[in-house]
Write a protein that binds this ligand. Structure first.
Ligand code: GRF
Length: 206
């Protein structure tokens, strides 16, 4: 289904969540289209996955910092997103924290997927944090992005069990399978205008 609701996906890695969102849109399960993919990593698989689908994909050099974009890079990302007239910015394994100008440019229109049941285990390798802590249940969270790390209003969560014989790899794989179900559903709900935010609470309408 062609749609005017345009999504950009930002990622630094292999791009499996991008694939789940883009393929749901292409299959008409979501009234949206992915119009642009951006990465801070020139060799990221997400760029290849986008190009295979004829979706415009660009590497933008992140600059001198390790965990954030430098001001010039931030400006280049904002310009690319504005140029593509995107309605929603979906982070999918984008390994840089977004700061003030970026957040203001797309206020209320940036979402992220995180591999734990937030607010447990924000930050890196959340599946390892869950294993090390010994929780019996973990999962994934889709949330709006604010100035903190994995701290914005929660849109939806999906749980998975932690099994006695799990390794970091088996647990991460189970979480990713849940992510690939949850993220396209959330993006579709946003594209349909079903999602409202009231302070910290995200309400799913009809
Ligand atoms: C996902 O596990 C996501 O939760 C985290 O980064 C990973 C990205 O994986 N933020 P992929 O590149 O979408 O396969």
């Amino acid at each position: 289904m062609a749609s005017d609701f345009r999504i950009a996906v930002l990622g630094s890695g292999k791009g499996s969540n991008f694939v789940s969102v883009a393929d749901a849109c292409a299959a008409g399960k979501s009234p949206a289209q992915v119009g642009l993919v951006l990465s801070d990593v020139a060799t990221a698989g997400i760029l290849d996955r986008a190009r295979e689908r004829n979706i415009p994909a660009r590497f933008i050099a992140p600059g001198q910092f390790r965990t954030k974009l430098d001001p010039q890079a931030e400006e280049a990302f904002i310009e690319a997103l504005r140029g593509a007239r995107v309605d929603l910015v979906a982070l999918a394994g984008f390994m840089r924290v977004l700061k003030g100008d970026f957040l203001r440019a797309f206020e209320g229109r940036i979402v992220n997927i995180h591999p734990s049941l937030l607010p447990s285990f924000p930050g890196l390798e959340a599946w390892k944090q869950a294993l090390n802590h010994g929780v019996k249940l973990t999962g994934c969270t889709v949330h709006f992005v604010d100035a903190g790390v994995d701290s914005g209003p929660i849109i939806a969560q999906q749980s998975v069990p932690v099994l006695d014989n799990d390794t970091p790899e088996t647990l991460h794989q189970r979480i990713q399978t849940a992510e690939h179900e949850l993220y396209p559903k959330c993006v579709a709900a946003i594209a349909r205008g079903q999602i409202a935010v009231n302070g910290r609470r995200v309400i799913w309408g009809n």
